[in-house]
Design a protein around this ligand. Structure first.
Ligand SMILES: [Zn+2]
Length: 98
């Protein structure tokens, strides 16, 4: 499968996990009611959610800047907490294939 496509698909999967519960207004970790636009009810649940995603998707994701072809190693946590915008990519270390 095309690499970029595969990464796009993984990102969509991540978003689905993320929004499944919060769409219903429930904490993604403990099912407590939360306010709209939030994922988790507390700092503890937020950390639990990040741990969950790191287990599901890895500690860091390979994200390619399609304008330069350079791949960056972006922490899963940063994607969850800040989203991912193209202008931030260059602040992450470059990806090295092991
Ligand atoms: Zn919670």
């Amino acid at each position: 499968m095309n690499k970029v496509l595969k990464e796009k698909r993984e990102r969509i999967n991540m978003n689905q996990v993320k929004f499944e519960n919060s769409d219903k207004g429930l904490c993604v970790i403990c099912d407590e009611p939360i306010s709209i636009g939030k994922m988790t009810c507390s700092k503890n649940c937020h950390e639990g959610f990040i741990k969950f995603c790191e287990t599901q998707f890895g500690i860091a994701k390979k994200v390619v800047d399609t304008t330069t072809g350079i791949a960056y190693k972006v922490p899963t946590r940063a994607i969850i907490e800040n989203g991912l915008s193209w202008k931030d990519l260059a602040s992450f270390p470059q990806w090295k294939d092991e």
